[in-house]
Design a protein around this ligand. Structure first.
Ligand code: SF4
Length: 373
């Protein structure tokens, strides 16, 4: 389990190693065709800031070699804002006296139909708060069953599950799981996640092993930028990625670096701010480190960054997202989990990507591929 590997990696020593990287460490990393985590540390270090242009060129080259000019399009659907956790940075936390919604099967299907009218989306991400009693595995299985006639690729972003539960949901058409560790700083983790199942660091960080053991086809990882030093957190994620690739080599991986914005909700303010340049740096660094990993940008990021980065490393994007349950049809005015920055329609995003020389792809997976050996 990765928690045992993580015990061997000191947060403080990793931070120190990153901040002591020199320009020659950066140049050495840029000269390698296959980078290790030590090289990744150099690429995300302050010493690499003046090498953004060569990093961008290399990132673009590796991305086009592996993905061509394609950008895979997906859309999230929030099924519920009911949550038993207390993440201090999220408006859906249990202590917020807001109205809670759990979409009924009929409402879920109405959302699917409404999404299909927006654009030819085939990649759907089903999202829930963490309420296993009311929106647990049977509820998710039903939502997946209902989705199959409408979408060819189904992913979930829900509470960490048991291995057998992931295996069960694959039988209902689930093709991928996304889970954000939020931060790998174990000492500080409970400052942000004080109560509920999410307060159990090991349960969350080992959830990725359980996905791998269940044979989940695609695993998405992420750290929430704004909690701890982002350079150290993304380095820990790089260690985690390498570990998973070694143990579950048949699985496809994606990464995400969602940036928390100041005043995103009234209470919590980010401890660290990642600038646009730093977001570009970590994106290039990740692509140079791993040529195959999907790099995903959500509509949290503004349009100008998404359009620009689509040709420099990003390979997956959401569009026209609603981050409130039932936001496409049933409850369009409900409270969002986070505010989106890119509020263009899916058609507008498609046009912008084409204008930038990219090829937006709505369908890049079909359940029948599961039977191809
Ligand atoms: S981030 Fe997720 S788990 Fe935490 S309170 Fe919000 S919805 Fe619940």
């Amino acid at each position: 389990m990765f928690s045992e590997e993580l015990e061997k990696i000191s947060w403080e020593e990793t931070t120190e190693a990153i901040y002591s990287k020199t320009e020659s460490d950066v140049l050495r990393a840029l000269g390698k065709s296959h980078c290790d985590v030590n090289d990744f540390m150099a690429l995300v270090s302050p010493a690499a800031e003046k090498y953004l242009e060569p990093m961008a060129r290399l990132s673009r080259k590796y991305t086009e070699e592996r993905f061509g000019k394609t950008v895979s399009m997906f859309i999230p659907l929030y099924l519920t804002n009911s949550c038993t956790n207390s993440c201090v940075y999220c408006g859906f936390h249990i202590s917020n006296p807001m109205a809670r919604t759990i979409l009924t099967p009929e409402e879920i299907e109405n959302e699917y139909k409404a999404i299909k009218k927006l654009a030819p989306f085939e990649n759907l991400l089903i999202v829930t708060g963490e309420n296993p009693a009311k929106a647990g595995v049977p509820y998710l299985a039903k939502a997946l069953d209902l989705a199959k006639p409408y979408f060819s690729n189904l992913k979930i972003e829900v509470m960490p599950l048991k291995t057998e539960e992931y295996a069960e949901l694959t039988k209902h058409g689930m093709n991928g799981v996304i889970c954000f560790q939020e931060t790998y700083n174990k000492v500080r983790y409970n400052v942000y996640h004080p109560r509920g199942m999410k307060s159990k660091f090991e349960w969350r960080v080992n959830g990725f092993d359980r996905m791998g053991q269940a044979g989940v086809h695609s695993i998405g990882m992420g750290v929430l930028i704004g909690l701890e030093d982002w350079r150290t957190d993304v380095t820990m994620m790089a260690y985690h990625l390498r570990y998973l690739q070694k143990h579950y080599w048949k699985t496809k991986y994606s990464v995400n670096f969602p940036r928390m914005r100041p005043a995103e909700n009234e209470g919590f303010q980010p401890n660290v701010i990642m600038s646009d340049k730093e977001l570009a740096q970590v994106t290039f660094a990740m692509r140079i480190f791993d040529h195959d990993v999907d790099i995903s940008y959500s509509t949290r990021e503004p349009a100008y960054i998404r359009d620009h980065m689509a040709s420099l490393g990003v390979t997956t994007m959401s569009a026209e997202s609603k981050t409130e349950p039932g936001g496409y049809y049933t409850y369009p005015q409900a409270l969002e989990q986070f505010h989106i920055s890119d509020d263009r329609t899916a058609g507008e995003v498609e046009c912008a990507l084409k204008a930038a020389g990219r090829e937006p792809v709505w369908k890049d997976w079909d359940a029948s591929f599961d039977f191809v050996k």
